[in-house]
Design a protein around this ligand. Structure first.
Ligand SMILES: Cc1cc2nc3c(=O)[nH]c(=O)nc-3n(C[C@H](O)[C@H](O)[C@H](O)COP(=O)(O)OP(=O)(O)OC[C@H]3O[C@@H](n4cnc5c(N)ncnc54)[C@H](O)[C@@H]3O)c2cc1C
Length: 378
């Protein structure tokens, strides 16, 4: 589906940047910012042209995530979850749902959110307890979903639940009977991401809202969506790391201590160099992963895992160095430096925590090594 038709305009980033501190302090990306993002075409980037989208390559979509990441990790997370929902509905949604919902999602008139996590099923999504009970005219969903990004703003949810024939994904509307949402307690990072707790109480959804088929939900729908989500987080993390590096360089050049600029101290130069090496290494991995997805490379999924791990670590390192160099100012609650430190922590938890990614990468590399050596050793 992907073609290189899109590019996130730098002017849109600059417009959003001018107001981001205000909405970050208020704790909510405003609808006006969502409208600005929609006008760039990025919300239709994962929707086929026949449904009103204008598909972007993974490289172009990644770069949009990077640019938004330099502004606000919360705003960037809209591209992650909305893209995951659009991509899943376009691929596995029923024809009527695709025709009806996707044009509005592509235009950004409606927003999609991805509802997988539960209190006891975060990294271990096989432990889902939300159920989908078949009834003559469709399904009844019951359970609680936690920490759903843009859940308070979304019109449409992709909800994962357990059916008698295995886990499945469902397209659910915010106004479906039996769905209620409330804001999550404010998190330290991603403060403006409209996090919601969804309660599904015998929520009635028609039969054609099944996305894929029962038993297919985690293995295919969630797994493929998570690959896109991880790529988005990797690029978003690059944006956070770039913003932290720039703040570090600014302070190193401006602030004088002991009669010298901070940047003249070799130990401070070490912080700058470590940030640069981590950032540029992660950028190369993220760009390679995006190209691999665009080319349909067999090894693309592993490359996305590697990129997400490296970029989220780079963001954390860049944020730590930046906070260190800003001294007390970097700890002031609500300051951009403190905000990015907290956002960087979140990046190491969402879309696969660091330790889980290490496990998955090790498994993939080991499998590849076994496949390569088995024939040779025989
Ligand atoms: C800001 C924010 C936005 C979010 N947005 C969404 C969203 O839009 N949709 C959604 O469905 N969910 C969302 N989540 C939830 C997120 O996906 C989960 O928090 C994440 O999957 C981790 O799950 P958990 O918090 O239950 O931690 P756990 O799964 O309990 O993991 C806690 C820690 O245990 C360790 N650990 C876990 N597994 C392993 C392992 N295999 N090996 C070694 N150590 C391990 C890691 O150190 C990990 O950090 C969001 C969360 C946050 C904070």
């Amino acid at each position: 589906m992907n073609t290189v038709t899109g590019r996130f305009p730098v002017a849109a980033r600059d417009r959003l940047r001018a107001e981001a501190e205000r909405w970050e302090r208020a704790g909510a990306v405003p609808r006006t910012a969502v409208a600005t993002i929609a006008r760039t075409g990025a919300l239709g980037a994962m929707v086929p042209a026949e449904y009103g989208g204008a598909p972007w390559s993974h490289a172009a979509y990644g770069d949009a995530n990077r640019l938004l990441g330099t502004v606000s990790a919360a705003a960037q997370s809209l591209l992650t979850v909305h893209g995951m929902v659009c991509r899943s509905l376009a691929r596995w949604g029923a024809p009527a749902v695709r025709a009806d919902w996707l044009p509005r999602l592509a235009a950004g008139v409606e927003i999609g959110a991805f509802a997988l996590t539960e209190e006891q099923a975060g990294s271990d999504v096989s432990a889902l307890t939300c159920t989908a009970r078949p009834v003559p005219d469709g399904w009844r969903l019951t359970g609680v979903k936690r920490w759903i990004s843009f859940g308070m703003l979304a019109d449409v949810f992709l909800v994962f639940a357990r059916t008698p024939r295995g886990q499945a994904a469902f397209a659910v509307r915010a106004d479906d009977p039996g769905l209620a949402r409330e804001p999550e307690a404010r998190t330290a990072g991603f403060r403006a991401a409209h996090l919601a707790r969804l309660t599904l109480d015998d929520c009635a959804v028609p039969a054609d809202r099944l996305v894929g088929r029962p038993g297919f939900g985690l293995a295919e729908v969630a797994a493929r969506a998570l690959t896109l989500g991880r790529l988005c987080v990797a690029f978003g993390a690059l944006g956070v790391a770039e913003a932290c590096r720039d703040a570090t360089l600014h302070t190193a050049a401006q602030r004088r201590r002991f009669g010298r600029r901070l940047g003249e101290f070799q130990l401070v130069q070490g912080l700058i160099a470590d940030t640069e090496v981590a950032l540029e290494g992660a950028r190369a991995l993220a760009q390679r992963a995006a190209r691999a997805l665009d080319d349909g490379d067999d090894w693309a999924v592993a490359q996305v895992l590697t990129a997400k791990l490296a970029a989220s670590r780079a963001a954390r390192l860049a944020a730590d160095c930046s906070a260190q160099l800003h001294g007390a100012e970097g700890l002031a609650e609500g300051s951009p430096v403190e905000r990015r430190s907290q956002d960087a922590r979140v990046l190491e938890i969402i879309e696969g925590n660091t330790q889980l990614l290490q496990q998955l990468i090790a498994e993939q590399v080991t499998a590849r090594w076994r496949a390569a050596t088995t024939g040779r050793d025989a």
